[in-house]
Design a protein around this ligand. Structure first.
Ligand code: SAM
Length: 268
């Protein structure tokens, strides 16, 4: 079975279970959609009329909140069952959301420079080459467009187990290009999914090389000093599981011979 088929199947199954990722937007969240989506103030003051791509974000949360805030929303996801949740919630709330079943690393159905914002929750771990995803996003974003994304941190994906002293064991090499081995712990890995470790030079370096500048970076806080061993917040005290990036698509590249590319506005 291909990695895409495996992940489609895994997420179709998660969509029908009560997973934390299939929690749809609530009425209270829809009443304040931008506050809900954006605790950091990374989004513009209004997204009304903007073209937003919710990438690999099926499940009826991000898409519904952007649509409730007045954006023109397209959701791309590999899992039909996750997309059905977006469609069901949009219809229930009389919102308009376009859904497309596709893989994030191959988006020929989306035109060049057709979005103002791309919002991608944790999902690059499901494809082997993160550079392909960043290049597609760079292509479909307009100049100065915003790319908000969250990723699994590589060290977290190296953890395979804990020992009798409740220390976390790094059992996967940092340079690991193949699918990750299955682990029993479900805190930060989805059952049945095929996942890949992306190193920092790939998550950050490939993003910059695709034509983005990083404007901010946060590590969502998952630690709790009172959490007992076995709880995801106990593990979160030792290794931050996620990183969230705010990146901006630079308008065009100008290369000075003999130097690295310098990214400058192309309009004057
Ligand atoms: C963390 S969930 C996203 C959803 C969620 N709404 C949230 O609140 O975080 C990750 C999503 O990535 C999707 N996915 C996995 N592999 C993908 C691929 N190659 N291309 C597009 N989507 C993919 C899954 O189907 C799933 O819906």
């Amino acid at each position: 079975m291909s990695q895409h088929d495996q992940n489609r199947r895994a997420w179709d199954r998660l969509a029908t279970n009560d997973s934390q990722f299939t929690r749809v937007a609530t009425d209270a969240e829809c009443a304040q959609p931008l506050v809900t989506l954006d605790s950091r103030g990374w989004l513009p003051g209004s997204v009304r009329g903007l073209d937003v791509l919710c990438l690999a974000s099926g499940g009826g949360w991000q898409s519904i909140l952007y649509a409730a805030a007045g954006a023109n929303v397209t959701v791309v996801d590999l899992s039909p069952a996750m997309l059905r949740l977006d469609e069901r919630e949009a219809s229930r709330r009389h919102l308009s959301v376009r859904t497309i079943e596709a893989s994030m690393d191959e988006l020929p159905m989306l035109a060049d420079e057709s979005f103002d914002i791309v919002h991608q929750p944790v999902s690059t771990c499901y494809v082997p080459r993160v550079a392909d995803v960043f290049q597609e996003i760079a292509r479909v974003l307009r100049g100065d467009g915003l790319y908000i994304s969250q990723h699994k941190q590589p060290t977290s994906l190296q953890i395979v187990d804990s020992d009798p002293q409740d220390r976390y064991l790094l059992g996967v090499e940092y340079y690991h290009p193949d699918p990750l081995p299955a682990v029993a712990d479900r805190s930060y890995r989805e059952e049945g999914a095929c996942e890949y470790l992306h190193r920092w030079e790939q998550l950050v370096g490939e993003l910059c090389r695709a034509g983005f500048v990083i404007e901010d970076l946060v590590e969502p806080f998952r630690a709790d000093r009172r959490a007992r061993p076995g709880h995801y917040r106990h593990r979160g005290r030792f290794v931050a599981p996620y990183v969230r990036l705010k990146a901006r698509r630079i308008r065009a590249a100008r290369t000075i011979p003999g130097t690295h590319p310098i990214w400058t506005p192309d309009d004057r």
